[in-house]
Design a protein around this ligand. Structure first.
Ligand SMILES: *Cc1c(COP(=O)(O)O)cnc(C)c1O
Length: 304
């Protein structure tokens, strides 16, 4: 099978070589040099396809731009890294990447109010609506990574010196978001079973209020943590946070896209997901969802 994989990559690259000739050619059609290049290109694709069909031929192309290896682990091997299954791009996603890789491919259709989530062609606006429904939240934005979602929320809700509840299993990107907003993380310890429990969250909130005289500005808990892969009682935790009037952010970096995540049923004020972790997307990508109550603040546009 490795030969088939190698020849498939070579065929794809050879088709891109043809595409490059077409890109360079004038609308009046290819000149004689370009026609020659097209003929040679097609002949090369044909030869590669013959090898592909027969399972023959030595590798003829091993690098991209002279230095970059071909990444074939999804084709040539069985990738047994369990969490990587959720980051793998879909077939249609790979086709979209071929057709929409150019920098201005979406900007072309951007009209006032110049917002990504308003672009209708390609249907990015409709995608945002689908995504909100998918998470059962009121409004979403796509963001360059889950971390940008944490940052957007922290920079909205956290003032200098404010305590923020996270767990002892929190991801470093949550610490970065709190630090960037000038807040102070307060870590909820885990149980013997390495679970973050609603009771432990309540106890930590009480401690923080006693110590600092302040109510935490935000609670941020991972749906599934990255250290043990345990699923935590986030609905129970959201309930506790709300009893203290603390907004709850669900970090769904591993769960959004791999299992049903119903933001309203959980009681989340914010749901964050990671595109490249669990939404079959290239990096860096992610989603930030909010309730109607919080959307105007966290998705505010410039006041200038
Ligand atoms: C990777 C990861 C993040 C950050 O996601 P990005 O999309 O890379 O910003 C947050 N939380 C957990 C648990 C993660 O594994």
């Amino acid at each position: 099978m490795k030969k088939h994989v190698q020849k498939t990559f070579e065929a794809l690259f050879a088709l891109e070589d043809i595409r490059e000739v077409l890109r360079e050619a004038l609308p009046t059609g290819p000149d004689s040099g370009e026609e020659q290049a097209l003929r040679e290109g097609v002949a090369r694709v044909r030869a590669i396809l013959d090898d592909l069909e027969a399972g023959t031929g030595a590798p003829a192309v091993t690098k991209i731009a002279g230095t970059l290896d071909i990444r074939n682990r999804e084709e040539a091997y069985i990738n047994i890294q369990p969490i990587q299954a959720a980051g793998r791009l879909t077939l249609e996603g790979r086709k979209a990447l071929i057709a929409y890789g150019d920098g201005y491919s979406t900007c072309d259709a951007c009209r006032k109010p110049f917002r990504l989530d308003k672009i209708t062609k390609p249907p990015i606006a409709a995608f945002h609506e689908d995504l909100a429904r998918f998470l059962n939240m009121d409004m979403v934005r796509v963001v360059p990574g889950a971390r940008r979602g944490f940052q957007a929320v922290a920079s909205t809700l956290v003032e200098k010196g404010d305590p923020v509840i996270v767990s002892a299993l929190a991801h470093y990107t949550e610490f970065l978001a709190v630090e960037g907003a000038g807040g102070v993380v307060k870590e909820v310890p885990v149980s013997k079973e390495n679970l973050v429990t609603p009771d432990a969250v309540a106890a930590k909130i009480e401690d923080v209020r006693r110590e600092t005289g302040k109510n935490p500005a935000l609670a941020m808990i991972d749906h599934v943590d990255y250290q043990f892969g345990n699923l935590h009682d986030v609905a129970g935790i959201a309930k506790v946070a709300h009893q203290y009037d603390i907004p709850f952010l669900l970090n769904g970096a591993y769960t959004v896209g791999t299992m049903p995540v119903d933001g309203k049923a959980i009681g989340a004020d914010f749901v964050v997901g990671s595109g490249h972790k669990s939404m079959a997307s290239p990096a860096p990508s992610g989603v930030l969802a909010a309730t109607a109550e919080w959307a105007p603040q966290v998705f505010r546009t410039t006041a200038m």
